[in-house]
Design a protein around this ligand. Structure first.
Ligand SMILES: [Zn+2]
Length: 106
């Protein structure tokens, strides 16, 4: 992917596009310099097929708990990286039961 106008590219490139192209998503917290890498098809199990620009705003850094410094880049996978590049994989999705109460009268 060419570097020219990266923000514009992310706007027109969706999660599904990245999954189909066999790319990885690299999310970096610019505050504490932590990088997380995801498979697009894992993220498609959690969200609709949004543009990568919209997706970038949804991440929160687990290390420093900030979301305002997260930057997303698309990464092409190179053969030599297999077996060495750290990647986050979705293990499972659990449903949390959240009670919602309403105070009424008998
Ligand atoms: Zn951080």
């Amino acid at each position: 992917m060419p570097e020219m106008n990266y923000a514009k590219k992310l706007r027109s490139w969706s999660l599904r596009d990245a999954a189909d192209a066999g790319q990885l998503l690299e999310v970096t917290c610019q505050f504490c310099r932590t990088t997380y890498r995801f498979f697009p098809h894992d993220l498609l199990k959690l969200t609709a097929n949004v543009s990568l620009e919209r997706l970038a705003r949804r991440f929160r850094c687990e290390r420093c708990d900030r979301s305002d410094y997260m930057g997303l880049t698309v990464r092409q996978i190179w053969g030599s990286e297999y077996g060495t590049l750290p990647v986050r994989r979705l293990v499972k999705v659990t449903t949390v039961k959240k009670p919602i109460w309403e105070d009424g009268v008998l």
